[in-house]
Design a protein around this ligand. Structure first.
Ligand code: ADP
Ligand code: MG
Length: 467
């Protein structure tokens, strides 16, 4: 999950809108109370002040008191209702602005256009600026200017306190209102920018937190998966270990009787071949041949199982690779059409290896490579090595056989996995375990139709020794 610019902008806009919404609702509430307060105030003013303001010195309940009660109630009721039912809505703000201006007009009317009462207009505009909405200031200003214009023409006494006034006198008020508005609108813009910056900082923090939680969750999921895989692998290994132990002890017990049987059989074969002419049934010789071949397979299986189960730490000693590979090539059963090339340089430094164990590694890899070439086909197997002089050792066994399909490749190191009718599936498991015992790694690279390369990498330090 990335903290991209559109995501940040979208989150900031959401937080900003929520912040403004909160402000609008709070200011709507304040104005609702103000409407009530103004109404009480206006009635008070009408009661105490207006009887003298218009016509004379006699104190009597004047028509202004009724005006204040009625007009004030009308002006205040709509914004109060909207503040209650539709708090935060644009309509509510504009109605509040409009009503506030009507209040100014009413108060000015009640005080017969006193200069001081005009401050109500500017105080109201300042208060409306709490909405941080320039449009509210504009709608309110238009209202008061229109009122001034209309009443200046129709009823000048109610705004200027004089019977006659020039038509353009409303422009004086308009000028001051526009001036006030321009300052307040600039203030609104600054306040909105600050609110946006605050929202942006919060959005950044929230996204960073979400990102952190998300990556922690992912790490947890991965860890859980690894744990599950490890548990499965562990229980497989446990089963294999017990089966392996059983197989190893059975193999151990079988090895001696099998060797005795094979020796006895070769003895019988020798005698029988001398008697060949006298044998009436030629199938006897065939059966003995089959018996010998199958016993040889049993011997190979037993030796593989014992190699697999053997728990011997490697005993490192200088071991020249080229002669070792020559020996391996000699040991692996030949196959017609397959040529094995030892391309290990003569001059290669001599590593420290457990000769017997490493021979087993190479025998298995070379034998697999030879066996990979389909019967009747031609193929080449190359064993190459490099490294020494403080460089890691890299030993490759490369063939140009059919390669290993992807679905097989993931399983070839599992013990007992084989695709051969007479395979034990233990060869690569043994190789892998022995390479690890030498502190190295074994990897495979195979292309179907082109061939396979097994690569053994051994660390330079532990095993290097210059010849
Ligand atoms: P086995 O040789 O008894 O089958 P291994 O563990 O030695 O057991 O090999 C496992 C499997 O890996 C083989 O059965 C074969 O399918 C595949 N394999 C190993 N080496 C090669 C190779 N060089 N080319 C193609 N397949 C290979
Ligand atoms: Mg094998």
């Amino acid at each position: 999950m990335q903290m991209t610019a559109p995501r940040l902008h979208e989150r900031t806009a959401r937080l900003f809108a929520a912040q403004l919404q909160g402000i609008w609702q709070r200011v709507d509430g304040l104005f609702a109370w103000l409407m009530v307060g103004q109404w009480v105030f206006a009635v008070g003013v009408a009661w105490t002040f207006s009887p003298y303001a218009w016509e004379g010195k006699v104190h009597a309940v004047h028509v202004h008191v009724q005006t204040a009660i009625l007009a004030g109630a009308v002006i205040s009721s709509l914004p109060i209702m909207l503040a209650y039912w539709r708090p935060g809505a644009a309509l509510t703000r504009h109605v509040v602005g409009l009503s506030q201006m009507l209040w100014s007009a009413l108060l000015i009317h009640l005080t017969a256009g006193r200069i001081e009462t005009h401050f109500h207009i500017f105080a109201s505009l300042a208060f409306l600026a709490f909405y941080r909405d320039p449009w509210v200031l504009l709608s309110a200003s238009v209202t008061i200017i229109l009122d001034r214009f209309a009443r200046g023409l129709l009823w000048p006494e109610s705004v200027y306190g004089v019977v006659e006034a020039e038509w353009w006198r409303f422009l004086e008020l308009a000028f001051w209102v526009v001036l006030t508005d321009s300052v307040l609108i600039a203030g609104c813009r600054v306040a909105r920018r600050e609110a946006w910056e605050t929202a942006e900082r919060r959005a950044e923090a929230e996204l960073a937190h979400e990102q952190k939680v998300h990556s922690q969750e992912q790490a947890l999921v991965r860890a859980e998966q690894e744990l599950r895989e490890f548990q499965q692998q562990f229980s497989r290994m446990e089963k294999l270990a017990s089966v392996g132990q059983l197989a190893a002890s059975i193999s151990h017990e079988l090895r001696n009787p099998l060797a005795a049987a094979r020796t006895a059989l070769s003895c019988v074969l020798l005698r029988v071949s001398n008697l060949q002419g006298a044998l009436t049934d030629s199938r006897i010789l065939h059966c003995l041949d089959v018996t010998e071949r199958e016993l040889a397979v049993c011997a190979r299986i037993i030796s593989d199982v014992l190699d697999f189960a053997r728990e011997r730490p490697p005993q490192l000693a200088p071991c020249a690779l080229r002669p070792l590979v020559d020996e391996v090539v000699g040991v692996v059963p030949q196959r017609a059409g397959v040529r094995v090339h030892n391309t290990v340089p003569d001059s290669l430094p001599v590593p420290l290896l457990d000769r017997e164990l490493f021979r087993m590694v190479l025998v298995n890899l070379v034998q697999n490579a030879v066996e990979a070439v389909p019967p009747g086909g031609n193929g080449n197997v190359r064993i190459h090595a490099e490294g020494g002089d403080a460089l890691p050792w890299r030993i490759r066994v490369v063939d140009d056989g059919p390669g290993i399909p992807e679905e097989v490749l993931s399983k070839i190191f599992e013990p007992l996995f084989t695709t051969k009718t007479q395979g034990t599936g233990l060869g690569l498991a043994i190789v892998s375990a022995l390479v690890h015992k030498h502190g190295g790694t074994l990897s495979v690279n195979s292309q179907v139709g082109q061939g396979t390369e097994f690569l053994i990498e051994l660390p330079a330090e532990a095993l290097a020794r210059t010849a």
